[in-house]
Design a protein around this ligand. Structure first.
Ligand code: GAP
Length: 496
């Protein structure tokens, strides 16, 4: 970093300054944990989501798409276990009354991960280390479970209540049998959904990394219970390598070990081939967006969610926070379908053609968080370099080296200057190119250096400049964001 602020803070500042994403509801102040996406952010978000949808839904023969309701029946969440178990540990300062998430407080004070450990153990930690309120040093209450679901009422009576879904997954499970019937898919197959989820986080923090309203892109992949190792696609990924951080590595304080997915299965580090396949696929998709600083971290047995038999997080090595969860891929077994079957009284088993058996499938769940991913992509792409402004004075320039497939503005067209018919020519070229790709922009205001700098900060991979030579031979310059190199090309050869 050239500048003094942390990279994370520099990216948050850029997000606000250029309108990628910023705290919601500025006019009236806002509740913490809610964000609005501005023009650049909304395009980035749509591009990333479209890339995910194209690859994992439209690009596959074994996937069905879904866009389910956000306000959901309370019995869904009773059955799924969220009413009883979707809690975070809350402590309150007895003096200033501020509230904190007990596990985060311990992690910050003692630099030790206690994610998912029991209320009892947390309280033992709090009293053993005599932790006090970080704001006023007052004494803390005991940690108590706080349910993270938002509740609201439906219709003209307060008695009918609903929950805002805290994950998109359950809406997939409740539709499973119906989609299996109408979707004409045989096991194994998946159902994918991208949409909003809501969690009443005790202390939302780290910008959009942990919000109260966010988007998830989830797949529930249904497999015959005896066929979790019968994965025809595994061979195609078995030679790919990843950094695996097992429970043992974590106990030994190590980052992990690089190995192939084939070896991870052979050594029983990952228990089933379908699980390993989805881990490999997730990493490959991230790599296609330019994100490679990743590892796979196994959930410790004391942090597994109530529904999971085995979970691996894909983690990114964040500049100030170190390794943190970007997404998770869990083996949810038949937990959810069986729970919904019990609660609703309806059978959720399906007929499996290959074995002629009626089975309740097991589920591998790749669960991506869109907002967290966008922030990670921005952090990863953020680059500073020394440069000169128009008057020749040294300044720090910002480049967002976003992958060109997701850049909010794929290309910008400029006239070198407004006069001599250059603006008219540039506009003509712009209108033609916009038919190829409507996301391109035209800019004629300010010096050419300022316009390049504005586009570099927005992550625009290419800028086309129209100059006097264009009027003579139809060529323009095309400038590459990362190298700053300019080439002359025929304007009608440009593809966006
Ligand atoms: N259906 C499984 C599930 O929801 P999760 O680990 O709680 O699992 C999956 O969430 C992903 O959703 C996370 O890895 C993260 O990317 C995203 N996510 C979860 N809580 C979030 C929050 N409060 N703010 C932003 N993203 C969040």
């Amino acid at each position: 970093m050239v500048s003094k602020e942390s990279k994370t803070q520099a990216v948050i500042n850029l997000c606000q300054r250029r309108g990628f994403v910023f705290p919601a509801g500025d006019l009236y102040g806002s509740f913490a944990g809610f964000f609005d996406y501005g023009p650049l952010g909304v395009e980035l978000k749509r591009n990333v989501q479209a890339s995910w949808w194209n690859r994992f839904v439209l690009g596959r023969e074994d996937m069905l798409g879904l866009d389910g309701a956000v306000l959901t029946h309370p019995r869904i969440w009773k059955a799924s276990g969220h009413v009883d178990a979707f809690n975070d540990p809350l402590v309150q300062c007895k003096k200033c009354k501020h509230r904190f998430r007990a596990d985060h407080l311990i992690e910050e004070e003692l630099k030790e991960s206690v994610d998912g450990i029991s209320e009892e153990k947390l309280n033992a930690f709090l009293s053993e280390h005599k932790l006090v309120c970080p704001d006023c040093k007052g004494a803390l209450s005991e940690a108590k479970n706080f349910n993270l679901m938002f509740k609201t009422s439906v219709g003209a009576t307060e008695d009918n209540y609903a929950y805002l879904r805290p994950e998109t997954a359950q809406v997939i499970f409740t539709n499973f049998k119906y989609l299996h019937q109408i979707g004409r898919k045989q096991l194994p197959f998946g159902i994918a959904q991208a949409g909003r989820s809501f969690r009443n986080e005790i202390s939302p923090r780290n910008f959009v990394f942990r919000g109260r309203e966010f988007e998830q892109m989830e797949i529930e992949f249904f497999v015959h219970p005896d066929k979790l190792d019968d994965c025809p696609d595994f061979d195609a990924v078995s030679k790919r390598k990843a950094l695996f951080c097992t429970e043992k590595h974590q106990k030994d304080g190590e980052d992990g070990q690089k190995m192939t997915f084939g070896d991870a299965i052979k050594k029983k580090i990952v228990q089933t081939k379908w699980h390993a396949y989805w881990l490999a696929e997730a990493l490959d998709w991230f790599a296609s967006l330019g994100l490679t600083k990743l590892r796979l971290r196994q959930h410790r047995s004391d942090e597994l969610s109530h529904y999971a038999k085995e979970t691996w997080d894909v983690e990114y090595d964040y500049p100030e926070w170190g390794w943190k969860e970007l997404m998770g891929i869990a083996n949810r077994t038949d937990f959810d379908l069986k729970q919904h079957s019990k609660e609703s009284g309806k059978e959720l088993a399906v007929f499996d053609e290959s074995t002629k058996q009626k089975v309740v499938p097991h589920v591998i769940e790749p669960s991506f968080g869109l907002d967290r991913l966008l922030f990670t992509l921005l952090l990863d792409a953020f680059t500073e370099k020394k440069g000169k402004d128009d008057s020749g004075k040294e300044e720090t320039k910002v480049l967002l080296k976003l992958h060109e497939s997701i850049a909010p503005v794929p290309l910008a067209v400029f006239p070198l200057m407004k006069k001599d018919g250059l603006a008219e020519k540039a506009w003509e070229i712009y209108v033609k190119l916009k038919k190829q790709n409507p996301a391109i922009v035209y800019d004629e205001s300010g010096s050419i250096g300022k316009r390049y700098a504005r586009m570099d900060e927005a992550g625009t991979p290419k800028c086309v400049t129209v100059d006097h030579q264009t009027l003579q031979d139809g060529t323009v310059t095309i400038r590459d964001r990362d190298s700053g190199e300019q080439k002359r090309v025929k304007s009608d050869s440009i593809k966006t």
